[in-house]
Design a protein around this ligand. Structure first.
Ligand SMILES: Cc1cc2nc3c(=O)[nH]c(=O)nc-3n(C[C@H](O)[C@H](O)[C@H](O)COP(=O)(O)OP(=O)(O)OC[C@H]3O[C@@H](n4cnc5c(N)ncnc54)[C@H](O)[C@@H]3O)c2cc1C
Length: 486
């Protein structure tokens, strides 16, 4: 609850046109792309700069209301859901690309810049910002940094973390810090930049981002490769890398996903294959030709049933269309889609996909698995109907087993979508007691009043003394409608 006097002060800070309080407006800020999680905020503000963000946070500490930063609200783990009510701080007014420095190869952007707008701006002058989440045409740079977003080019080029050189951050106290900078080397003090990347809006509100750029690759070649056997596809992935070729894109679609994609885009994909790989190689033209030939050879050695190779930029787009359509294709099947991103070492991709298939059979669910095979980051996607209680109970159990399987195979709960609310109850499975204590200590040191994005990543529950996962499940069930207002 935010008192009327505090709302008056918020209107003074951001201007009354940037303060939203009507039910129609609040309804839009109570959820994100995660199914079945929602709660209306008490108010929404759209600040115009770091000073306003700082004043908002100082007011929140004085008045005791909670603050949830928000970019495009596109995340898949409930990170921007204001689960304890309070104030949503919508960052999209701060949407300028402030500088592209062609000598130091950096770009300075505000957090509300849409990721693909940065791509377009730097590519127009022969430069390249590689992180490319599937949501890049809507997601913001602030949200990408706060989630440490990955993308289809992660295998060769890494994820958002690998490109963030410095940040301007408003701490929960309202103090503004600047981390990192344009120097290639910087070992001064703790690496606060890395601490903030992936902190999911729990440690500070990011108001400027300095990213590293690289020269744009000269050429690219795309291949679509069909496999009758899942194991052959998985072995191809490891074998390509063993041949010292690191493709930017090495994507996987299982048979369930291929069927849904074909129903959706009618691209002529074969329905009798266990797996399809989408592979792209890039770099100088001569190297690309050579690498493409080697990749084709490796695919043949691993019993590829068919290989389609791009001859032009349009061809590349056509071949990649099936992978790009995977999510919307699955989303059409049933009203609810639970999309996970359990991640395993590359060598365990086939084992993980098989376990997901067995889990799907055991619980009578339709699960399509696609994702970034090259970095072991799979997206088992359960298509279901949230109105069917019995089915949702089976979904809960299946998700639990998927996480356990990933951890048992040496993997992690999340490769790129973050923990937020939906994976919070599973945190101790991976972080263990000492890891959680260290995280809570950092959170308490920076945010003693717990004003910033509370309830996320299991920090509150853990600090409150819930040591075991089972105890917390009733407080924050995975994928359930939480709180009031919906
Ligand atoms: C169709 C689809 C495809 C996707 N594909 C990918 C993918 O390939 N790879 C991937 O990694 N993710 C993917 N995602 C997930 C999502 O797009 C990313 O998590 C993205 O980074 C979210 O950005 P956003 O601007 O929407 O942030 P939001 O969802 O608004 O916020 C995300 C988190 O960041 C915090 N936050 C936002 N802005 C700030 C700020 N300025 N300062 C501090 N904290 C802030 C929020 O509090 C929240 O915790 C996909 C989502 C969809 C719907």
């Amino acid at each position: 609850m935010i008192e009327q006097s505090a709302l008056t002060q918020l209107a003074r800070i951001v201007g009354k046109e940037n303060l939203l309080t009507t039910p129609e407006d609040l309804a839009c800020y109570g959820f994100d792309a995660t199914p079945r999680l929602g709660r209306w905020p008490d108010a929404v503000v759209k600040p115009g700069g770091p000073r306003e963000v700082s004043e908002i946070l100082q007011l929140a500490n004085r008045e005791g209301f909670k603050v949830v930063p928000r970019g495009a609200g596109n995340n898949l783990s409930g990170g921007s859901v204001p689960i304890q009510g309070g104030l949503v701080v919508q960052m999209n007014r701060l949407n300028r690309i402030l500088e592209i420095d062609t000598e130091n190869l950096t770009a300075l952007v505000e957090p509300g810049v849409v990721t693909s707008d940065l791509h377009a701006a730097v590519e127009a002058i022969g430069l390249f910002y590689p992180p490319d989440p599937g949501s890049m045409t809507v997601s913001t740079m602030g949200g990408n940094v706060a989630e440490n977003a990955g993308g289809l080019r992660g295998l060769k080029y890494g994820v958002t973390r690998d490109y963030v050189m410095g940040l301007e951050v408003v701490l929960p106290s309202g103090e503004v810090i600047n981390t990192g900078g344009k120097t290639v080397k910087n070992v001064t003090g703790y690496d606060l930049t890395r601490l903030m990347v992936g902190s999911e809006g729990t440690l500070g509100i990011i108001t400027k981002i300095l990213v590293r750029l690289i020269p744009k690759p000269e050429a690219k070649k795309t291949m679509l490769v069909y496999y009758r056997s899942l194991s052959d596809a998985a072995e191809t992935v490891s074998s390509i890398i063993a041949h010292r070729i690191i493709p930017p894109t090495l994507e996987f679609l299982d048979n369930v996903t291929v069927r849904c994609v074909e129903q959706y885009i009618h691209a002529g994909l074969p329905l009798d294959m266990e797996a399809i790989l989408l592979i792209e190689v890039d770099g100088p033209s001569s190297v690309v030709e050579e690498d493409a030939e080697k990749v084709v050879e490796v695919c043949r050695q691993h019993k590829a049933a068919e290989i389609q190779l791009s001859r032009s930029a349009e061809d590349s787009l056509r071949l990649a269309a099936g992978r790009r359509a995977a999510l919307p294709a699955l989303a059409r099947i049933k009203p609810t889609m639970v999309l996970e991103d359990a991640t395993v070492p590359r060598s365990q991709v086939a084992a993980m996909v098989r376990q997901v298939q067995q889990i799907a059979d055991r619980y009578g669910l339709l699960i399509g698995t696609f994702g970034h095979a090259g970095d072991g980051n799979l997206h088992p996607t359960i298509v279901c109907d949230e109105r069917d209680r019995q089915e949702m109970e089976r979904v809960e159990k299946a998700v639990d087993e998927i996480f356990r399987a990933a951890l048992e195979l040496g993997g992690t709960l999340s490769g790129e979508h973050g923990i937020g609310l939906s994976k919070a109850p599973f945190m101790t499975m991976e972080m263990k007691d000492a890891g959680m204590k260290a995280m809570v200590a950092i959170k308490r040191a920076l945010d003693p009043n717990n004003v910033l994005n509370p309830g996320k990543m299991y920090l509150d529950d853990y600090a409150a003394g819930h040591g075991a996962r089972g105890e917390v499940l009733s407080a924050a069930p995975h994928g359930s409608v939480l709180g009031s207002g919906f």
